[in-house]
Design a protein around this ligand. Structure first.
Ligand code: UT7
Length: 319
């Protein structure tokens, strides 16, 4: 049997840090409100010349180094992003050029905050079908470019960042399952719904979000898709060593843990340091917990996410 397994991970956050106190000068908000209602303490912002593929490059290079391979050993690049450098070519092609490699396939996956698990599912399928041996999977977003300067609700929770992993062919099982779902009829509830036509931007050019509606759906769907993943693998909640949820809001993560009867101390939470980084949030949390020694080889991991689309997804992996 051919399996795919994580060979190495990496992450990158831009240098510029925006604290809650900094945001008190911008919005009618407070450090206390942001901490209590979201759990975010600071977020990072990309510089004016820093694109999604620039962030992806550093995260990707770190993952490649951790995997102990050369960039030339990469057979496929899959990038999850909603804020690519350009409409096209893809962020994955930009990344490939910056990595200094040519020839391997390169494609983007757009599923917003669920994007990293969607990209992982693509990578896993390529490896299991023997079409690739090493796949670089990246989640990268610079959503700060699309934040409405007048909207405090979105202005305080989103940050920029990138996370990556190298998924490699292995005789031992790594990725055990992925489950992907979408319901496109709720598209306007969360997104940047404008378009470019005839040389002009049509529609509102900033992110819009019905925070309450998204919050409720996120809790419901992340519980549901986590249960689906556990049942598919005949696992119990107690078999999971670490939950790596999408990092949108601490209260969402605690509610999901509560509904699953999962110990929240075993949920990796990094959003206090980077806010909601869209497709980067799960690989950033994964990389952090691997590097600080919490996640060890052999641990059973459950990932779950919810985002614009709506999309929701889960993955079960043995690290
Ligand atoms: O990544 C997937 C997509 N995103 C998410 O999963 C995010 C989901 N939603 C959320 O995390 C939360 O809904 C928010 C953090 C965005 C908002 O928190 P909330 O507790 O749901 O606030 P709310 O929308 O129910 O608003 C409660 C009050 C309102 O004031 P009034 O009308 O009661 O006077 C808001 O105007 O809180 C106000 N508010 C704020 N106050 C201070 C909203 N944002 C802020 C703020 N600072 N930044």
């Amino acid at each position: 049997m051919i399996y795919s397994r994580i060979a190495g991970t990496g992450g990158y956050l831009p240098d510029r840090v925006i604290t809650n106190t900094d945001l008190e000068a911008v919005f009618d908000t407070s450090d206390e409100w942001i901490r209590l209602r979201t759990g975010v303490q600071e977020r990072h912002r990309a510089g004016p010349d820093e694109s999604a593929s620039d962030l992806a490059l550093i995260a990707g290079q770190r993952a490649i180094a951790a995997a102990g391979i050369d960039p030339d050993d990469i057979d496929l690049i899959v990038v999850a992003t909603s804020t690519s450098d350009a409409l096209f070519p893809s962020c994955a092609c930009h990344l490939q050029a910056k990595l200094g490699i040519t020839g391997c396939g390169a494609l983007d996956v757009t599923a917003a905050c669920s994007g990293f698990i969607y990209a992982l599912a693509v990578a896993d399928s390529f490896i299991r079908s023997d079409a690739a041996g090493n796949v670089l999977v990246v989640g990268t977003d610079v959503l700060s470019r699309f934040l409405n300067p007048a909207d405090r609700a979105t202005g305080v929770i989103f940050g920029d960042g990138a996370g990556a992993l190298v998924l490699s062919r292995n005789k031992e099982p790594g990725v055990l399952s992925t489950h992907l779902h979408a319901d496109g009829k709720d598209g306007d509830t969360l997104g940047v719904v404008s378009s470019i036509r005839d040389g002009r931007v049509h529609g509102f050019p900033y992110l819009t979000m019905d925070g309450n509606a998204v919050f409720k759906q996120a809790v419901k769907r992340m519980e549901e898709v986590s249960r689906e993943a556990l049942a598919h693998n005949s696992l119990k909640v107690g078999d999971i060593d670490w939950l790596i949820p999408h990092q949108a809001n601490k209260r969402i993560i605690f509610s999901v843990c509560d509904r699953l009867d999962f110990d929240p101390a075993k949920a990796v939470i990094t959003l206090d340091k980077h806010g909601n980084t869209t497709a980067a949030s799960i690989p950033l949390a994964l990389d952090q917990a691997i590097r600080d020694g919490r996640i060890r080889r052999g641990n059973m991991l459950l990932m779950c996410a919810f985002g614009s689309g709506f999309t929701w997804s889960s993955a079960v992996l043995r690290y």
